[in-house]
Design a protein. Sequence first.
Length: 189
Amino acid sequence: MIRAVCWGGIQLVSNEASNMAFRAQLAIPEQRQLYDYWLQRSAGRAMPSRADLSPADFPSLLASISLMDVDTATNRLRVRLAGTRLRDIYDREITGLQLDDFDFGDKHDYWMATYRRIIETGRPAQGVVRGPRVNKDHLVQFWLRLPLGKAESGVNMILCHDDFVSAVDVPDHLADPSPTHFRMAASGR
């Protein structure tokens, strides 16, 4: 498993090798597709900006996509837009909500740490968590978070992809019920 320097103290490998290792950890094909698109749009930079992306390039993923605005002064996050699959999971429209408004239950600290690290490092992250929110323990969430912004001003948005699978259909080693870890790319992008 590749970890960010700030988490594991591991020496960094080349960007290409790190990108390949991070991609290999993505269990969902649609997430590999989105990560490849993000890398392509990065065009050698640490991350692409929102202007570099077009939803028309990944229409089959839109139901599971969300876009988070980062308030750089406070590091608070607001859902700019969310696909219909997310409305189904959260039992309400989440567009316009602050991240603090979500009912994460005992996973609140997990998600806050995840987003904080993405904002601080400008690196993509991915993980698997059982029970994406209160009363949804029958689901396993495979998530991917991709930072957007400019190197000089940092992360100002996060592109998210979430896939939800019935826990009975997920092998035990992938459905770790305790959300105590997530993986980040070890390179500068």
